[in-house]
Design a protein around this ligand. Structure first.
Ligand code: ADP
Ligand code: MG
Length: 401
């Protein structure tokens, strides 16, 4: 693994912000963590926000943190941020206060009582229906008790919500360290990649990733395709796909991408062998197929060992690797080998290695390889939209330098 080239960042960051002892700072964080039995099951997103939190505490700010968690449609104790507050308190070694609401009198009182260096966590922002509508009333209520706004929630900047865009327009604002690192690293690999630039794309649907495929056909030297997505490609080439997950809407798009690949300087590789299962189950009957014509009654659930070795070889030679989307149904252990092989190759690669969050990030964490890559993005959707070249409303809304 090597350090990534960084793109320029045109927005103010934490370093540009004047924070005096007692300044009240609202920080949008991405604490959308998995919960199990009322406890935080994976605290990586909380840890990822610590540099920003600790910097502001060190400067004597009074910190108000807000985040969504899950997709509640209103107040719902099962999605309370209280377990997150407890975990954050353990991580910073100081009690963290939990507000019972997102905005309102209790929040105002809570903010007023904060001492410099203390932290108050607001309730789940999705408890307020105005959040996803970017309601100006909600944005005003969020901005009212604080002086400054810092956005460190990379995972949410592709959405124009009250806690990303609305509040940024009302207060002096800046990006936190995590947001800055995510944006400059991801932009860096597409703007100025060390070559060869090898992209590994997998996952469920071609339609989710087609914009990325098209973009990387212009930018990358090698594009390695795996996951259920490859069956749309195989179908477009006339192969049989058996009971594999084929996205009908993706077949024509995949065919189009193959034609585009022929004209581009990018080599697009598809699997040459597969692991088949009789059903989408861990205890399904399993067989290897040397080739890609899937017979009736079987589904392709992983790439085969030849493909995995071939892809690993390309990754090892890369100056830059970007990986998004598992190579197979890795949640089922018998079908995890292809994804594991790619994950291990990415971890061992000497080049800059960036993984695009979502299920691929989860796979990396499960294989214990998360700290062996240059950058593991905390944002699934946001990282894809950035790489597709789309504007990120939550970044655009921050003050320019
Ligand atoms: P990411 O979140 O990394 O972008 P996706 O959400 O696109 O990835 O895809 C991940 C899902 O795709 C996983 O749940 C995995 O089980 C599924 N998947 C991958 N390959 C196959 C396959 N061959 N058959 C069925 N499902 C698959
Ligand atoms: Mg996913």
């Amino acid at each position: 693994m090597s350090t990534a080239p960084r793109a320029e960042f045109e927005k103010k960051t934490l370093r540009d912000l004047e924070v005096a002892e007692g300044t009240a700072v609202l920080v949008r964080v991405d604490f959308n963590v998995p919960l199990e039995d009322g406890e935080v099951a994976d605290d990586s997103r909380i840890r990822a926000a610590l540099p920003t939190i600790e910097d502001l505490r060190g400067r004597g700010a009074r910190l108000v943190l807000c985040s969504h968690l899950g997709r509640p449609k209103g107040p719902d104790p099962a999605t309370s941020l209280a377990p997150v507050s407890r975990r954050l308190g353990e991580l910073i070694g100081q009690r963290v206060h939990q507000a019972p609401e997102v905005v309102g009198p209790e929040v105002r009182r809570g903010v007023a009582r904060l001492d410099p260096g203390e932290v108050l966590v607001l309730e789940n922002t999705r408890w307020e229906p105005g959040e996803t509508k970017n309601d100006p009333e909600l944005a005003r209520a969020l901005a009212e008790p604080v002086d400054l706004f810092v956005d460190d929630a990379f995972g949410a900047v592709h959405r124009a919500h009250a806690t990303t865009v609305g509040v940024a327009e009302l207060l002096p604002s800046a990006a936190g360290f995590l947001l800055e690192r995510e944006v400059t690293t991801l932009r860096g690999i597409v703007e100025d990649p060390e070559r060869p630039f090898v992209v590994v794309l997998g996952g469920a649907k071609v339609t989710d990733k087609i914009a990325l495929i098209e973009r990387f056909l212009d930018l990358a030297d090698v594009l390695l395709v795996g996951g259920a997505m490859c069956f749309a490609f195989f179908r477009s080439q006339g192969h049989t796909t058996g009971d594999s997950l084929v996205e009908e809407a993706g077949v024509a798009l995949a065919g189009e991408a193959l034609r585009k690949a022929e004209e581009s300087d990018c080599r697009l590789l598809l699997p040459e062998d597969l692991v088949l299962g009789s059903a989408f189950e861990a205890d399904a009957e399993l067989r290897e197929l040397d080739g890609v014509d899937v017979p009736e009654g079987w589904m392709g659930l992983d790439v085969g060992p030849k493909t995995a070795a071939r892809y690993a070889e390309e990754v090892a030679k890369a100056g830059t690797v970007f990986w998004n989307g598992p190579m197979g149904a890795f949640e089922l252990e018998p079908f995890a080998a292809g994804t594991r092989a790619v994950a291990e190759a990415v971890a061992a690669a000497p080049g800059t290695t960036v993984v695009g969050g979502g299920d691929s990030g989860a796979a990396l964490v499960r294989f214990g390889l998360a700290d062996r890559v240059t950058h593991l993005s905390t944002g699934g959707g946001a990282s894809l939209e950035l790489l597709e070249g789309k504007a990120l409303p939550g970044v655009e809304a921050l003050d320019d330098r």
